[in-house]
Design a protein. Structure first.
Length: 276
């Protein structure tokens, strides 16, 4: 049994549901169960019990959460590494009140985000890029585990004017704009990071569990969405991304990009280095 879980149901994981509904996983001999899990305290997350029950665990939609797992020094059983993705830009977008003109204006302001999720990781990369200290210059309102779910909670705060900005994935950031906000420079505008795919633990990767089958499923759902005229990311970003390694030193993750250029992202500084 393979269990794929993810927070909420953002649009960037629509290809996974397409693959499931069209039976692509079954065609490859994969018994896959999709289990949405809302933001909850990590100690209560059901993935720990699923592993004990013998399930192979994958997480979707990938993206920046593997940075968090490195910073938290998770072991090889529970760590996260991006293994296959179809987009090269993260989904989260910064949306702020009209009086916030650009990222530097967020100094001393309140931002709502999931402090254990990709929204805060993406936000902190942007803040560091503009010279702000995410831990000292910003007041964070954590939406993890808050009812009715992490996304709606932060949107409610934004609508009531209790925070100055939010960092959300689609369609939630679009809703924030409809509430009177406007989009700021976001992580997706600055860096190429694997997104809209799957991550798993180093232990699963070492066992080489169903790697070839996963790749074939990704290729099938890419062709399916193209043929239907539906896209959830830019056409140029439909690529297979493979994460080669994550090291604890400097919390760096090295990835292979579609154009065979090597990029190293360092969350501690928010910098990006590319060597072709």
């Amino acid at each position: 049994k393979i269990v794929v879980f993810g927070p909420a149901l953002p649009m960037n994981i629509a290809p996974m549901w397409v693959a499931h509904d069209k039976g692509f996983f079954k065609e490859e001999g994969l018994d896959v169960d999709l289990r949405p899990v809302q933001g909850i305290p990590d100690s209560q997350h059901p993935r720990h019990q699923w592993r004990k029950d013998g399930a192979i665990i994958f997480q979707s939609p990938g993206g920046s959460p593997p940075f968090r797992s490195v910073l938290e020094n998770r072991d090889h059983i529970d760590g996260e590494v991006n293994v296959v993705c179809i987009a090269n830009r993260t989904a989260h977008v910064f949306v702020a009140k009209p009086y916030i003109k650009d990222i530097p204006d967020l100094k001393g302001k309140k931002i709502a985000g999931d402090l254990k999720g990709g929204s805060s990781m993406d936000a902190k990369l942007v803040l560091r890029h503009y010279g702000l200290d995410p831990e000292k210059d910003i007041t964070w309102i954590d939406s993890r585990g808050k009812p009715p779910n992490t996304e709606r909670f932060r949107l409610a705060l934004f609508d009531k004017g209790e925070v100055d900005a939010v960092c959300c994935d689609p369609p939630h950031w679009n809703i924030a704009v409809q509430m009177g906000g406007h989009a700021l420079t976001s992580c997706r505008d600055l860096y190429e990071i694997p997104e809209a795919g799957f991550s798993t633990s180093p232990a699963v990767i070492a066992a080489r569990c169903c790697a070839a089958s996963w790749l074939r499923v990704i290729a099938k759902k890419r062709r399916s969405i193209r043929s239907s005229g539906t896209t959830t990311t830019s056409p140029a970003s439909w690529r297979v991304w493979l994460t080669t390694k994550c090291t604890k030193s400097g919390a760096r993750c090295s990835i292979l990009t579609p154009i065979n250029a090597r990029s190293t992202f360092t969350p501690a500084s928010g910098t990006c280095r590319r060597n072709r």
